[in-house]
Design a protein around this ligand. Structure first.
Ligand SMILES: [Zn+2]
Length: 468
């Protein structure tokens, strides 16, 4: 057979291991994985010179907000940043205006975003009390999962969070039961509303640098108490829950204990909770503000131990773009600036640097950034390099040493002041989305409109539904 593209002399990385291979692509799919040295005929040949080849990343946690806030990020700039970061599937959170709160808003958004998409995208639906009767319709429209914030929206942002926020545990119980009926994953922002309210009030009267005030306003107990509640509700409802951007090792342990009892729980963390600690928050204030906040160095070390032990399932970026002026506004009063950091372009370099430093292996990186996410979200064409899978491929150079500058393809790239001067070892050389180059040698070479809306596998999801 004649292939479209053959990649020679790659070190193919899967969640199981690394092997030298030749990878053949046809019609946007991986057609064959052949022994190293095989020379099949093909329209195009690429000699990878022994570079590592990973499945394209499936980023489980992205906020581009398109089409609502083109001043912060467009779908074009955000998916370009994804391509540059080796991310070939983004799972876009339901934060937009209007938020994704119904079957119709989800279907509309899927169509509206497509012409700007450089890589594939899946969409979360919001799940809350006020839109609980739309949960089945969002699943029908192709939602990849549901997302609920367990704290109330910030003052002034209520409209953005209609259908997304559910601080009331009694109501959450009902919402979770609805989500369980769809068979899809229920992703939850776990911070306990009442603990945040009291700690936040106390922190306002506290003296100290703005970053320390933010840390005091959102203590780890708020996260752990919220995760514990979610696990109890998941046990009762049969929901498949995924606490997201977990910063607390104790929360990971709670989830692992629940999983051992049969609760369907998976855990997501983010690169910044592993790479940075609260010293960065204290130094950079609103520029390093995220929710939950960056934690102590000791907590970061314990979280690393949980990641290495395999008790964290996925790492997603929580890419959160804002205009620099919005973040600068919090330099005196950190409560007035929005939370969130850019991450699409830095996640893979951060994790490759962790491999270089001996904290992870390359198969760990594949498991955490694509393979496990594709299993959890029932995306069988993603997250693996095997015949029949989409040819979403990332060639990386694990030896490249470079110094970070806050610049890139995301409109929010300049916000990463807290990484300025950071030393990285490892970077993306070429990203392929379904066999097409979308990023190569430092440049975006893909076209908007190449990306497609991705929905989870219907039959697999159907098998996961609860019937109560
Ligand atoms: Zn988020």
């Amino acid at each position: 057979m004649d292939y479209d593209l053959v990649l020679h002399d790659v070190q193919l990385v899967s969640a199981q291991g690394v092997r030298r291979a030749t990878v053949a692509v046809a019609d946007g799919k991986v057609a064959d994985v052949l022994d190293a040295g095989t020379r099949p005929s093909a329209a195009e040949h690429l000699d990878a010179g022994g570079l590592y080849l990973l499945p394209g990343l499936v980023d489980t946690h992205v906020h581009l907000r398109a089409p609502a806030r083109p001043d912060r990020e467009t779908f074009r700039s955000g998916t370009a940043a994804a391509a540059a970061g080796g991310v070939t599937t983004i799972c876009e959170m339901p934060t937009s205006e209007p938020p994704v709160k119904s079957g119709r808003t989800l279907a509309d958004r899927a169509v509206r975003l497509q012409p700007d998409a450089l890589v594939d995208y899946a969409l979360y639906g919001g799940a809350a009390w006020e839109n609980r009767h739309e949960i089945a319709a969002m699943a029908e429209a192709g939602a990849v999962a549901f997302k609920t914030w367990l704290h109330a929206p910030a003052l002034g942002r209520e409209a953005e969070f209609t259908g997304l926020s559910c601080p009331d545990t009694g109501r959450l119980h009902e919402v979770m039961r609805e989500v369980a009926r769809t068979g899809l994953v229920h992703a939850l922002h776990c911070e306990h509303e009442q603990i945040l309210a009291v700690a936040g009030e106390n922190a306002r009267h506290q003296h100290g640098v703005p970053g320390a005030v933010h840390a005091a306003a959102r203590p780890q107990v708020a996260e752990d108490a919220s995760v514990a509640t979610v696990l109890a509700l998941a046990a009762a409802t049969g929901a498949r829950v995924q606490p997201v951007h977990v910063s607390s090792a104790e929360s990971v342990v709670l989830a692992a204990e629940a999983r051992a009892r049969g609760v369907q729980v998976t855990v997501e963390t983010c690169p910044h909770y592993l790479q940075l600690d609260e010293k960065t928050l204290f130094e950079f204030g609103s520029w390093a503000k995220c929710n939950p906040p960056l934690r102590s160095a000791a907590t970061v070390e314990r979280l690393w131990a949980e990641v290495r032990a395999g008790r964290v399932d996925v790492i997603g970026t929580d890419h959160c773009p804002y205009r620099p002026e919005e973040i600068a506004a919090g330099e005196q009063d950190i409560f007035v600036s929005p939370p969130g950091l850019p991450g699409l372009e830095t996640m893979l370099p951060i994790l490759l640097t962790a491999v270089h430093d001996g904290r992870l292996t390359l198969p760990d990186v594949v498991r955490l950034t694509s393979a496990r996410a594709a299993e959890i979200f029932d995306l069988p064409a993603k997250g693996r390099i095997a015949p029949g899978a989409d040819a979403d491929l990332v060639l990386v150079d694990t030896g490249r040493q470079w110094t970070f500058r806050p610049e890139g393809f995301s409109k929010a790239a300049a916000n990463a002041t807290f990484l300025e001067g950071a030393r990285f070892t490892g970077g993306v050389v070429t990203t392929f989305s379904r066999g097409h180059r979308v990023f190569d040698g430092g440049h975006i070479v893909g076209e908007p409109g190449h990306g497609r809306f991705v929905r989870p596998d219907r039959a697999r999801v159907a098998g996961r539904r609860t019937t109560t």
